[in-house]
Ligand binder design. Sequence first.
Ligand code: NAI
Length: 332
Amino acid sequence: MKVTLIKGDGIGPEISQAMKEVVGALDLDLEFEEINAGLSVFEKEGTYIPEALFDSINKNKIAIKGPITTPIGHGFRSINVELRKKFDLYANIRPIKAPGPLELKFDGVDMVIFRENTEDLYAGVEEQISENEAHSIKIITRDKSERIIRAAFDYAQAQNRKKVSVVTKANIMKLTDGLFLDVARDVAKAYPDIEMEEILVDNTAMQMVMHPDRFDVLVTENLYGDILSDLGAGLVGGLGLMPGVNKGKDIAIYESIHGSAPDIAGQNLANPIAMLLTLCLMLDDIGENAKAKMIRDAIYKTLSDKTNYTRDLGGSATTKEITQAIIDNLGA
Ligand code: NAI
């Protein structure tokens, strides 16, 4: 099976290499079609997203991607956002669960965040009113709310999960978040076995820190989902461990939550586990569940030995060392 691979910027090439080595160590029918996007491509080709990348994703339907650097506050628009828009990847799905026996403040955290990926304040509709005033328009529509909420309930049903928490700030944003909540109330009627909880985003943030085990599946708008999933990552060991996927109707781009980590790029310090767990999400979806389990088990075993910890986990192992340890633990 052919999969498009976007290595990305910063630590992207290092963690992509780690992923390729793990795939190489397993008997997997996967061929990576490597096409890059981002700053490194712009410097060579004068464009951030080459046409060949769009063609490749359209053809293969599945891509796995390293992080891409976006200039903050100015410069070109996020390539991640462009890709999500172009392929209408409306569901950003982020499982929050510790992948190993880490020393954490909380046990039993096991939630999945469904984040709407195409509208809200990320629609990029901003207006400079004057030198001292700028506006950003929050866009929420019925159709786009409905499909992400339905995706969350469908997932809950398929995975035997009991509760979907619908996160909004509908007490303040009565029109936009009010619409999202109304749609959720409608959608929930078709899933009588699943409890729907209505919860405000500020309370969600506090509850996630104080009682994270009370959450099961969460569904929310783009901005809240972005922030809450980083918060969730912090509960279970940090950004270096957290996988994710952006799904549309028939195309999926798998990518970790973390960014390009320019502070540690090229230094053999990045934790490849987020990328490897992202690969596992992909393997699950293409029916390679046994191989995904092998990788997850190997990661669990690797994290049982603190000498394998990379710097983000408080250790001193390098990207290459932890990757090798995971490969050595495959099938162990
Ligand atoms: P970041 O996630 O790159 O880094 C935040 C902190 O986490 C840094 O200290 C970094 O060293 C650490 N970190 C992240 N991933 C790690 C890993 N795998 N192993 C060890 N440590 C890790 O977030 P930041 O600094 O806000 O963004 C940097 C760039 O990445 C920006 O240009 C941003 O736009 C871009 N970005 C891209 C994303 C994507 O392509 N999907 C997602 C988030 C940010």
